[in-house]
Design a protein around this ligand. Structure first.
Ligand code: PRP
Ligand code: URA
Length: 212
């Protein structure tokens, strides 16, 4: 797995305010979108394109456009929804599929409770969005699910990761094809005994949408 951690002061600045417990939900939602857009710039570096002939007011020339099939963006519900707008702002013609996953707060086991994705993902570039890579269980299950459906180019985008989650993804995806890229805003110190990222930002879903 290729890990990309862009080094940019605006990423660190926005992460600082996301981490701050005084940041309210409306501000948190705006910052999560903005941070996603910055990460999307790196995540889409290898998006598939093809030549495209146009005419400027002065002369004919060749540019590029996104290839078909268009990329698929998959936010992992619920917290991944907070990143969706920030991604499709840069890739407005992408299609969007959904995976609903929840981790049990006590056992940290993952349940998949919703899936609205094309059944055949052959030839598709897929961008999976989830703000938190903690134990790595949710992202690992999501990526295996996408590979089973034929996805042949997968990029995971996370705002924050724990080293334990990155290591688990590396181990679980070592043997799989295609290779996976992880784009992440920061890799924090550790997981605590409750499976939370330290220092982290708390529960991303709750901070985006409130306690349920
Ligand atoms: C959070 C987060 C990730 C998952 C990360 O979701 O958004 O999906 O935990 O943890 P892991 O790496 O240990 O799997 P949660 O299950 O709290 O659901 P939510 O998005 O609905 O709040
Ligand atoms: N999920 C979150 O929302 N936050 C964490 O720190 C870990 C998992």
């Amino acid at each position: 797995m290729r890990v990309v951690k862009p080094d940019h002061p605006l990423i660190a600045h926005k992460l600082t305010y996301l981490r701050d417990k005084r940041t309210d939900s409306p501000t948190f939602r705006r910052l999560a979108e903005e941070l996603m857009t910055l990460l999307a710039y790196e995540a889409t570096r290898d998006v598939r394109v093809e030549p495209f002939a146009i005419e400027t007011p002065v002369a004919p020339t060749t540019g590029i456009k996104l290839s078909n099939p268009k990329p698929l963006v998959v936010p992992i519900l619920r917290a991944g929804l907070g990143m969706l707008e920030g991604m499709v702002r840069l890739l407005p013609s992408a299609e969007v599929g959904f995976l609903g996953m929840q981790r049990d707060e006590a056992t940290l086991a993952i349940t998949t409770y919703a899936n609205r994705l094309p059944s055949d993902l052959s030839g598709r570039q897929v961008y999976v969005l989830d703000p938190m890579l903690a134990t790595g269980g949710s992202m690992s299950d999501a990526i295996h699910f996408l590979i089973e459906r034929g996805a042949d180019d997968i990029t995971a985008v996370c705002l924050l990761a724990a080293p334990e989650g990155v290591a688990r993804l590396e181990k679980n995806l070592a043997e799989v094809s295609p290779p996976v890229t992880l784009v992440v805003g920061a890799i924090d110190e550790k997981l605590n005994e409750n499976g939370y990222i330290v220092p982290g930002l708390g529960d991303a879903g709750d901070r985006l949408y409130g306690l349920v």
